[in-house]
Design a protein around this ligand. Structure first.
Ligand SMILES: [Zn+2]
Length: 515
């Protein structure tokens, strides 16, 4: 099975883990679990980006030592992901000595190849972006389009990476590899950006205004631009350059949010070309979660803390909502009301209710096995729906339609519910002549519930494990996707019926308690 390498961005330590970080991390984790179920060895990297002006400023404003400050935030990210069951293999930090050494090595290589040059530069510098902006990046009012602040006029001598040399090659690569940047509209956005002449990339900052960075190996008066430093993490983690795992690298899928599309599709790709390293396999670009129409941000005070949601509403619920309610690559809204409605409709009333209903009937009536020769057309039809659901699930995953995969899965939940309503096992239980039929109906339900558990494991890992345990299976859902279509005629059910999901309610706000 082909090895796969998947990454989240290294999160910038100017903020604590919030919903936006969680979404990208969860999408990557879901894909990892999906691939591992299908036998692929997967390496999953996440981590923190810890240099730059904003970090230095934040630490200074709060009177903290910078290293102490970044250690604390990095620890917060790592433990948040651990507590949320994120199955990462590498937690990469850009302040580790090996990273610093490798970044300096890459800079020296490019300098030796005359791909880094020294130039005077005068222009509009945005502190938020931590770089000079081109005229086309300014709004009509002359502000940065991302930060809506007037950039500072700065004149300084700096080192530039000759990114413009690779413009033609980059356009060709994207056109020849239509899946390279996905979803499609982001590929088009990059191609349209590349229609204008591509400038060179300023990759240094004078120490007179920033010391918290990686010193240039060829000029101790400068540190490295934070993006040039941070992007190299993906490659460095594969052992590059001295112990380079080329196969792993070539299988790399980067998951990012759309705000850092240009850094990954343009800066990073041209850096790789200049270093003579093959490009990564794919860039998957996610949209924004909007809070009442606005992008979530610290300054707007509408930040959602992922761990608090999980603790308040139950394990797996946040993963489910984020995967089910966003069409990958587009923006979607997050409100607690939408969240609560989705959890109740699909989890509490959906899979949770079905499992509890069927297993309760089984506790009273199921004798542990049924005869496969007794299957009717209706039974075969429901059992056949398992393969259909699995095929559709996989196709949707291959096309980045994660929310569609969950819709397909939800339809199978509904099919089992309808089957139970139609077969009325509670009525069969009252008729002694129907005892064989009763065993078959319950056995068919158990088989399809196993399918539902195994299939949904990447999104609902905890619930899936509980389902397999309740069915008395010796294996967990992670053991392999073949378990989804396993024909079992004997079940040694666990003595307890699991409560997978509780109905949840909107938290009572201060305002409502007053009235
Ligand atoms: Zn800006």
């Amino acid at each position: 099975m082909q090895t796969r390498y998947i990454t989240t961005p290294l999160y910038y330590v100017n903020a604590r883990p919030h919903l936006g970080h969680s979404y990208t991390t969860i999408v990557a984790d879901v894909l990892k679990k999906h691939l591992m179920q299908r036998g692929h060895p997967v390496t999953f990297l996440t981590g923190t980006d810890e240099h730059g002006e904003k970090i230095e400023q934040m630490a200074r404003t709060s009177g903290r030592d910078v290293k102490e400050f970044v250690d604390e935030v990095a620890q917060d990210f790592e433990s948040t992901w651990q507590q949320m069951g994120i199955d990462f293999d590498i937690f990469y930090r850009t302040t580790q000595p090996e990273h610093i050494r490798k970044v300096q090595g890459a800079l020296q290589t490019l300098k030796d190849r005359d791909l880094i040059v020294f130039r005077e530069y005068e222009g509009n510098y945005c502190v938020g972006c931590e770089r000079f902006l081109t005229d086309s990046e300014l709004t009509a009012a002359g502000t940065c389009a991302d930060h809506l602040k007037k950039p500072e006029h700065r004149k300084e001598a700096n080192y530039f990476f000759l990114m413009s040399r690779y413009q033609k090659r980059l356009i060709e690569h994207i056109e020849k590899n239509p899946a390279f940047v996905q979803p499609e509209h982001f590929k088009n956005e990059i191609l349209s950006f590349l229609k204008q002449p591509l400038g060179d990339l300023c990759i240094s900052r004078p120490k007179s205004r920033l010391t918290w960075g990686i010193e240039l190996p060829f000029d101790s008066n400068y540190v490295t631009y934070v993006w040039f430093d941070a992007l190299l993490n993906y490659l460095n983690a594969t052992g590059w350059p001295d112990k380079f795992n080329l196969e792993l690298w070539k299988s790399c899928t980067h998951f990012i949010g759309k705000d850092i599309l240009k850094a990954h599709a343009v800066y990073w790709t041209t850096m790789l070309m200049a270093l003579d390293v093959p490009l990564y396999r794919q860039l998957q670009v996610g949209g924004y979660w909007l809070m009442s129409g606005n992008k979530m941000s610290k300054s707007l005070g509408n930040v959602v803390r992922p761990l608090e949601i999980e603790q308040q509403f139950g394990r797996d619920t946040l993963r489910f909502f984020l995967m089910r309610e966003m069409s990958y690559g587009l923006d979607a809204s997050f409100t607690l009301e939408l969240f609560v409605n989705s959890v109740n409709a699909h989890l509490a009333n959906g899979i949770g209710n079905l499992v509890s209903r069927v297993l309760t009937l089984c506790q009273k009536n199921f004798k542990g096995s049924f005869n496969p020769a007794s299957l009717t057309d209706a039974d075969r039809k429901l059992l056949g729906a398992r393969q259909t659901a699995l095929t559709a699930w996989d196709q949707n995953f291959d096309n980045l339609k994660y929310h569609q995969a969950l819709k397909v899965w939800g339809e199978l939940v509904t099919q089992v519910d309808l089957y139970v309503n139609e077969m009325k096992p509670w009525a069969l239980a009252k008729d002694p002549t129907q005892s064989e039929r009763l065993q078959t109906v319950l056995g068919v339900c158990l088989q399809v519930i196993q399918t539902l558990g195994v299939l949904v494991y990447p999104v609902l890992p905890n619930a899936a494990r509980e389902i397999m345990k309740a069915l008395g299976h010796s294996k967990g859902p992670e053991a392999g996707i073949a378990l989804a279509l396993e024909d079992r005629f004997e079940f040694k059910l666990a003595p307890e019926v699991p409560k997978l999901f509780m109905r949840v309610q909107l938290p009572v706000t201060e305002e409502t308690t007053k009235t």
